[in-house]
Ligand binder design. Structure first.
Ligand code: FE2
Length: 254
């Protein structure tokens, strides 16, 4: 007959197997069974599972990419029919988007550095004239570029890598409760896993004068956080003549 203490320990192991036990009590349970000679001697070694890392044994976590507001122009009800990763060309149309073509690449990782393969990456941005594909975009006196898709999505590959073909973002004016502001050029991005939005942020262009006065970038992110979302847009490496390339590493917080 197994004593009550062993009953509790076996229950503890079951809880740990279901991910519901703290690492400390889980280790206590394993140690207890070792002392009682139950692990190994009764063929329970498999129940012990891999050693549980203590907090002190974990590698340093990577800083998570800073959260920034989704803004008012995510196209909840206005998504284009074509939602692929090429925002420069709308399937079925001959026209190409106006603006400077940019190959936007990145890698999505968790804070342990693990690639988030299969993550859904969405981007949305205004066209070269500052217009979003959104019914509430107030700049109706400016014609929207019908050749620009405005929104796109893709799945990160097994290495967490993603790629979009889009245009270099431009500055635009945006309404706020206290009046019109000028936004630094940016691309909105969102990362979701298992159908849950995990990261919402905005990506900026290195060297843009408006970066230092932007309401979101200058006032809602620390210097370190800003570094993570500001990248150079440099001539590409041969993917497409005349195109720019920009790369961002995104880290999704735990
Ligand atoms: Fe925006």
């Amino acid at each position: 007959m197994v004593a009550a203490a062993e009953h509790r320990s076996l229950d503890d192991l079951n809880f740990r197997a279901q991910g519901r036990l703290s690492e400390v009590s889980g280790r206590r349970a394993v140690i207890h069974l070792h002392r009682r000679g139950l692990i190994g001697g009764l063929g329970l070694a498999g129940l012990a599972g891999p050693a549980i890392l203590r907090a002190q044994e974990l590698p340093p976590l990577r800083p998570a990419t800073v959260f920034q507001t989704e803004g008012p122009f995510y196209p909840y009800d206005d998504k284009p029919t074509d939602q692929d990763a090429d925002l420069v060309r709308i399937t079925g149309q001959d026209a190409h988007a106006l603006g400077q073509i940019t190959h936007l690449t990145g890698v999505v990782r968790g804070q342990f550095g693990e690639p988030l393969g299969g993550a859904l990456v969405e981007v949305w941005q205004c066209d070269s004239g500052g217009r979003y594909i959104h019914r509430d975009d107030p700049h109706t006196t400016v014609a929207r570029d019908s050749g620009f898709q405005g929104y796109g999505k893709t799945l990160a590959d097994r290495d967490g890598a993603f790629r979009f073909r889009t245009i270099k973002p431009v500055a635009y004016s945006a309404p706020t409760p206290i009046g019109e502001i000028r936004r630094a050029p940016h691309i909105h991005v969102a990362v979701s896993t298992l159908g849950v939005r995990r990261l919402t942020t905005q990506l900026y262009v290195a060297g843009e004068p408006l970066n230092d006065q932007d309401l979101i970038l200058a006032h809602m992110a620390t210097a370190d956080q800003r570094e993570g979302v500001i990248r150079p847009y440099a001539p590409g490496t041969g993917d497409e003549a005349g195109a720019l390339a920009a790369h961002y590493d995104l880290v999704v917080g735990i």
